[in-house]
Write a protein that binds this ligand. Structure first.
Ligand SMILES: C[S@@+](CC[C@H](N)C(=O)[O-])C[C@H]1O[C@@H](n2cnc3c(N)ncnc32)[C@H](O)[C@@H]1O
Length: 227
């Protein structure tokens, strides 16, 4: 009987650790753990993701350029920019003539972004180590703010969204990802699953809020700040 309880205890502990460290990537253990884990995998991150440039253009680069249409020199903020995925998608678009500011708490993820983008982006890319929950920019500074595959790893996603909306110009475009799909239930309190994120954005007064299917685990959510 003792062995049975012992085996049960070990299985429960293993399951808990798997949920805390692998599925939810440390988010319920605090920002430091999340960033420690991203620092750890930074050099392998792009290899694990295996992004396809054509999809990146179809879902991110091209629609963003269209959304920023009339603006000849847009300033884009990518929050939790990681290894520079969004900047790569934008700089690959011939129609994108603006600048990108990437903010991430993981120094090593940003080092990878710098390595990948230094030549192509030149003076049009700025990378800053910063916590997404306290963006060091003035109000209404950016024409576009994005945050992809990251909100569910933040201790207080609402605060991060409030910050992103604060630094967005009136008329500016907000593009977020929303964790959906089978494992969304594993992120309690992180606004995952269809509808919650969209509801919060509408509550903040954003306009034309709409979700779009993107990947197995993520939808894209578009919204605009009223003029
Ligand atoms: C799954 S990666 C996504 C990176 C990139 N947006 C992409 O789509 O490839 C999540 C990123 O969020 C960053 N991150 C997590 N918590 C953060 C926080 N509180 N402030 C800033 N960045 C954070 C991590 O360092 C990591 O680079």
């Amino acid at each position: 009987m003792l062995y049975l309880y012992l085996a049960l205890g070990i299985a429960l502990l293993g399951g808990l650790l798997y949920w805390l460290l692998i599925i939810t990537e440390g988010t319920y253990l605090g920002t430091r753990v999340v960033i420690f884990l991203y620092d750890l995998v930074a050099t392998r991150y792009d290899g694990i993701k295996k992004l396809v440039p054509a999809y990146e253009s179809f879902f991110l680069g091209a629609p963003l350029v269209r959304a920023l249409g009339g603006n000849p020199d847009p300033l884009v903020l990518d929050v939790a920019s990681g290894t520079g995925r969004l900047a790569q998608a934008l700089f690959a678009e011939p129609g994108f003539t603006g600048k990108v500011v990437g903010v991430d708490h993981s120094r090593r993820m940003l080092s990878e972004a710098l390595r990948a983008l230094r030549k192509r982006a030149g003076e049009r890319l700025f990378l800053i180590v910063q916590d997404a929950a306290a963006l060091g920019f003035q109000d209404a500074a950016f024409d576009c703010v994005t945050c992809l595959e990251a909100l569910e790893f933040m201790g207080n996603p609402k605060r991060v969204i409030d910050e992103m909306v604060r630094v967005l110009k009136p008329g500016g475009v907000l593009l977020l990802s929303n964790r959906v799909g089978k494992d969304a239930w594993a992120f309690p309190g992180r606004m995952c699953g269809r509808g919650r994120l969209e509801g919060y954005l509408r509550q903040l007064g954003l306009e034309d809020v709409h979700g779009e299917r993107w990947q197995v685990h993520y939808d894209l959510v578009w919204a605009y700040k009223p003029e």
